[in-house]
Structures are given as structure tokens and as C-alpha cells.
Design a binder for this molecule. Structure first.
Ligand SMILES: *Cc1c(COP(=O)(O)O)cnc(C)c1O
Length: 388
């Protein structure tokens, strides 16, 4: 993302705030779409990465489906105009209310995460006299090789149905007239940068699919989830992730049944690089080994560093050309928590009070996770297309 044309506007906005390059987002999404369409793949955008109306409208205009993990996300997707026929609903803890709502909207698929959930959906669907389209979210026990808090496909994780439950599952499906088994679903984690992981996933999916096939179950849909990572170290490297390479892996390694539709649920890799958080230096405090730059954004605006020890590159908004005036800083927020730290011991041109800093690659799992802890105001968002 090139912020230069927007600096005159950005300098005059009250900090902290999010800025989204809607032009970048659109062109990025068009590229992704093209890469997926080459193989006839369907993409459901994972709303939980960023559920801003403006951003969702761009997804809808470009005809993306939605992947939702709460009833309110399903509702939001429908309000934006996304067809229910393109909405998948996942999550380990769907409430009765959410299930009733989604059933009445005739969504594409309930991605079911447990035996107990299948039974509940059967009961609710029977009462409503509906047939519920369900996919089984399988826990394939594949290591995503990412931070353990965003690993979801190992047996120790709470997500998905495990292989030892398959026989029971088949019995339940047979005896549940209101469940319509549509597919298998997998989502093994997030911020996956090691492409070998997706090859491993394909091998497991092939084995699992074969098991079902041998039990006379051929499924019309396979959903491989999301999880593709982005390059947080180098925000200017917008070519990672390489979507051609990503989809090619599935095309070469997945044994698909004739006519089967292949779905993905990407979140981060679609929006992360389109957003930044802009914050102002409030105070400089000199420490022993480092200086503290206390800024007006904190874990309330962007929790990823505090929650997952995530790295975000930070740079001054304006290049001050002070090459021989480099200092070491911890960039910290104002919240009363020691984990409220954006970066430790980084080198930056000497900072002063009121300098503006850009925290890059904040378009995914940023604003959407903002909180009012310490009774702070929620951050506002601004968009490139408002400034031109
Ligand atoms: C979070 C999530 C996604 C999206 O993950 P990304 O890493 O943002 O691509 C996809 N599917 C499910 C079920 C999820 O929970």
C-alpha cells in the first residue's frame, strides 16, 4: 500500500484511526478471484477478519460468498446483500437461536463441529420442518506450523470432528431425516506461510474423503477453509501470498470426485494488507536500554501483538530523512497492561511528541477486535476512496 498520496489528509485526522486503501483492496480481490476461477474454486470471505460495511460491500460487488462464525455475521452478510446460498456458517458453539435464524435464511451450509451439534440441528430442523444442509468440520490432525493460539486442526484443539467419531457420525446422518449431508470442511489454522502445510492438508483430506467414499458417501462439496498467511515483516511485499501458487497446490494434490465443488474461506490474506492503524506519539520516556515511545493507540485498537505476540511493522508516516539520527524504541500503548506493547527494541528515526506512526498490515483482525477496555472510544475508519 502506498500512503504517500494520502498523507495530507491523514495528517489532519484525529488519532488513532484505521485507514483502508479501498483501491488496493479491489485490485487485490480481483486478482484473487481470477486465480480461483482458473480452477472453478469458490471463495467465501471470512467476515471475522474485518466486518466493516464498506469493505463487505466491496466483497459483495465482486461476488464473493461469506464464511460466518456467528448468527450476527450471517445476518450482516445478508444485510450487505450476499446471497444466503453463498453463506457458510461455522463455529463450535452455535446457539439454538442462531441455528433457527440461519435455517430460516436457507444458507448454503452449516459447518458442524460435533456430534452433539448435529443432533441439535436435526431436532431444530425437524421442528421447523426444514432440511438442514450440513458439512462436517473435520479435525484432520495436521499441524499448521503457526502460533499455537491460531492453530485449530490438531486433536488437542476444540475444533471439528475427530476421525474416531466417523462411524457414529454416519449412523447419526442415516437416522436424521432433516440433515442433508453436503460436504466435508477443514480449517486448520491461520497465518500459515509454510506451503507444505497445505500439501499435508490435501493428503489428509484425500484419506478422509476416501474413507467416506468407501462407506458409500460421495459428497458434492469440499471446503478447505482459509489460513493463508501474509508477510507482516515486509508490508510492501504484496505478492505474498501468491494465490496462484496456493490454488495450484490444491489443484495438483487434491483428489476431487467428478463434479465436486471446491470452496475456500479466506480472511486475513484478503484484507490484512489493505489496512493500517495510524497513531500519534504522546510521550517519549527514556529507559535504560531503550526508549519508550508511548502512543495513543493501544491493545484496545489492535490486540494482535498482546494476544498472539504478533509482529507489525511500524514506521513514521512521514520520512524525515534523519539517517544518522536513529534511536532504539519500545512502542507501547496507554493501556494499563504490560502486554500493551506493539514493538520491542526497534530502530526508528528519532521520534518526538506528535509524530505520526503507521502500524502496517492491520486490515485483518484489527479494528474488528477493538474493545472499549479502559472505557476508550472505538477507533474510527477512513477509506482511500473518500479522499479522491
Ligand atoms: C477464521 C476462520 C477462517 C479464516 O481464516 P484466515 O486465517 O483469516 O484466512 C476460515 N474458516 C473458519 C472456520 C475460520 O474460523
Amino acid at each position: 500500500m502506498n500512503l504517500t498520496p494520502y498523507i495530507p489528509y491523514l495528517k489532519n485526522i484525529k488519532t488513532p484511526f484505521y485507514f483502508y486503501d479501498t483501491f488496493f483492496l479491489e485490485s487485490h480481490l480481483k486478482k484473487v478471484k481470477k486465480a480461483a476461477e482458473k480452477f472453478g474454486y469458490h471463495i467465501h470471505y471470512a467476515l471475522k477478519a474485518n466486518a466493516n460495511d464498506k469493505i463487505l460491500h466491496i466483497f459483495n460487488q465482486l461476488d464473493f460468498g461469506a464464511d460466518c462464525v456467528s448468527g450476527n455475521e450471517v445476518k450482516k452478510a445478508i444485510e450487505i446483500g450476499i446471497s444466503p446460498k453463498k453463506i457458510a456458517f461455522a463455529g463450535v458453539g452455535k446457539t439454538d437461536e442462531e441455528i433457527i435464524y440461519a435455517l430460516n435464511q436457507d444458507i448454503f451450509s452449516f459447518n458442524c463441529e460435533s456430534i452433539a451439534e448435529l443432533n441439535v440441528i436435526q431436532n431444530i430442523a425437524a421442528k421447523l420442518n426444514k432440511k438442514a444442509p450440513v458439512s462436517l468440520r473435520i479435525n484432520p490432525n495436521v499441524d499448521a506450523n503457526t502460533h499455537r493460539y491460531i492453530t485449530t486442526g490438531l486433536e488437542e484443539n476444540k475444533f471439528g470432528i475427530n476421525q474416531w467419531e466417523f462411524d457414529t457420525i454416519i449412523e447419526i446422518i442415516k437416522n436424521s431425516p432433516n440433515l442433508d449431508l453436503q460436504g466435508l470442511h477443514f480449517h486448520i489454522g491461520s497465518q500459515i506461510t509454510d506451503m507444505q502445510v497445505f500439501k499435508n492438508l490435501c493428503s489428509r483430506v484425500n484419506e478422509i474423503q476416501k474413507w467416506f467414499y468407501n462407506h458409500n458417501i460421495a459428497l458434492p462439496h469440499l471446503n478447505l477453509g482459509g489460513g493463508l498467511g501474509v508477510d507482516y515483516e515486509n508490508p510492501e511485499n504484496i505478492n505474498f501470498p501468491d494465490f496462484d501458487k496456493f490454488f495450484n497446490i490444491f489443484n495438483s494434490h487434491l483428489d476431487k470426485i467428478a463434479g465436486q465443488q471446491i470452496h475456500f474461506e479466506l480472511g486475513r490474506s484478503l484484507v490484512a494488507q489493505a489496512g493500517v492503524l495510524i497513531s500519534k506519539v504522546l510521550y517519549i520516556k527514556n529507559g535504560i536500554n531503550t526508549n519508550f515511545a508511548i502512543i495513543d493507540a493501544g491493545m484496545t485498537e489492535l490486540i494482535r501483538p498482546a494476544l498472539y505476540q504478533a509482529y507489525h511493522k511500524i514506521m513514521p508516516l512521514e520520512n524525515k530523512n534523519t539517517e544518522n539520527n536513529i534511536e532504539r524504541y519500545d512502542i507501547v500503548g496507554p493501556i494499563c497492561e504490560s502486554s500493551d506493547t506493539f514493538a520491542k527494541s526497534i530502530l526508528l528515526p528519532k521520534l518526538n511528541r506528535d509524530d505520526l506512526l503507521v502500524i502496517f498490515t492491520a486490515g485483518a483482525y484489527g479494528e474488528v477486535m477493538a474493545s472499549r477496555y479502559n472505557l476508550r472510544d472505538l477507533p474510527k475508519a477512513y477509506y482511500a476512496d473518500e479522499f479522491s
